[in-house]
Write a protein that binds this ligand. Structure first.
Ligand SMILES: *Cc1c(COP(=O)(O)O)cnc(C)c1O
Length: 384
């Protein structure tokens, strides 16, 4: 029986402790209760503000342009890979989770030559091996790296990867989907040709818009690379330069909500302020879960404050579906793991969540464990 009052967002919905889509503010949702034409000057002004602000958040004014892509984050990743890697190019994908795997699949489907450098899901890319592969294989033109691999929550060493790729004269494509807006990635310090992210993760907008921050000089070389009409970043950018408009129907409500979300991001102190709240969330969550015996997959120094992977308790009385349902009844939605290295589940720290929400989630975890008669969340103490 539920004793704790169900937790809820400002609009009464369960809180999403997930990798996205996420809990958004009431004001972000409220921004969507209007209709605009796709050529409406008010909408186009908001859209331009959004694209300009994204470049600013990237520290990329003057060097890069934001090219939006209708769709989820993967649409932006696919647009980035297929627009930037020429047909005669070759992509090296650094893999330590599902999003790296997905990028490799995108390259293969598009008929691009591709290679991968894989490490286990709890292990950062092997930088010495990266050096060696780039020295040995001169046909590699581009390297793809994931900033925070949301599969495990690991923070990959993107600055070190960027430095190696630049030293070898190759081009870097970054998937910063689950980090952008909360973890600094400054284009003045980290050299990349393109970086993909989306509306519905750390910027706390609603899902429906991906975007790619593109180096102007690199984008200028992308004409004719694309393998699809809709995901052609060169063409999309040219359309904006010519008309200020999308080539095809834009997700107007999503973009207007993202405009509001970016205002709220600025009010919170930008990337530093957003990152600080998420770090607090992650600390409360990890400390509290460890106090109940749960073990994190990652050591603290590899853990990004985005989403945390916990080992599944080994007590036979722990049944994940009942744990999940018990938390859902109390207003907290968690996420199953999708690791190959360990049986696990995940709890997110991002979205419109504050440390008090994490404390509420911990109290709910305690209640559900009691209900299941599981005294310890750890892998070691199966018997009581
Ligand atoms: C969320 C995410 C994506 C995009 O996923 P969608 O479901 O298409 O939005 C890509 N890469 C990473 C690392 C992500 O966390």
């Amino acid at each position: 029986m539920t004793t704790q009052k169900p937790a809820a967002s400002e609009t009464g919905d369960p809180l999403l402790l997930t990798p996205g889509p996420l809990t958004t503010s009431a004001s972000v949702k409220q921004a969507m209760v209007h209709d605009w034409g796709s050529r409406d000057a008010g909408f186009l002004a908001i859209n331009k503000m959004v694209l300009d602000k994204v470049v600013e958040l990237a520290g990329a004014q003057g060097s890069h342009v934001t090219v939006p892509v209708q769709g989820s984050g993967t649409f932006a990743v696919e647009a980035m890979i297929t627009s930037f890697v020429p047909k005669a190019g070759k992509l090296l994908v650094l893999i330590n989770g599902a999003y790296g795997q997905r990028a490799l699949k995108i390259a293969q489907i598009a008929g691009r030559a591709a290679a991968s450098l894989e490490t286990p899901e709890d292990t950062p890319p092997d930088l010495a091996q990266l050096e060696k592969v780039l020295s040995d294989d001169k046909t590699i033109s581009h390297v793809f790296a994931v900033h925070c691999e949301t599969t495990s929550g690991i923070l990959n060493p993107i600055a070190e990867v960027a430095a190696i790729v630049a030293k070898h004269g190759r081009r870097l494509l970054v998937d910063s989907m689950s980090a952008f807006g909360a973890l600094e990635i400054d284009a003045r310090k980290i050299y990349y040709d393109a970086l993909a992210a989306s509306s519905n993760k750390c910027l706390e907008g609603v899902p429906g818009l991906g975007f790619v921050v593109c180096r102007n000089t690199a984008l200028a070389e992308c004409k004719g690379n694309a393998t699809t009409l809709v995901l052609d970043l060169f063409d999309q950018a040219e359309g904006f330069a010519r008309t200020g408009q999308y080539r095809f129907t834009p997700p107007i409500h999503v973009i207007v909500a993202l405009g509001k979300a970016i205002e709220e991001h600025a009010a919170e102190g930008g990337v530093a302020g957003r990152g600080k709240r998420y770090r607090n969330n992650a600390k409360v969550l990890i400390d509290g879960m460890r106090a109940m015996g749960f073990q994190t997959l990652l050591p603290n120094d590899l853990q990004a404050p985005i989403i945390v992977t916990f080992h599944m308790p080994t007590d036979p009385k722990f049944v994940f579906q009942r744990f999940y349902d018990g938390l859902k009844d109390r207003g907290y939605v968690i996420y199953p793991g999708k690791l190959t290295v360990a049986d696990s589940f995940r709890m997110g720290c991002i979205g419109r969540l504050y440390p008090e929400h994490m404390k509420g989630a911990l109290a709910a975890v305690r209640e559900v464990l009691d209900e299941l008669r599981v005294s310890n969340g750890g892998p070691a103490l199966a018997a009581e």
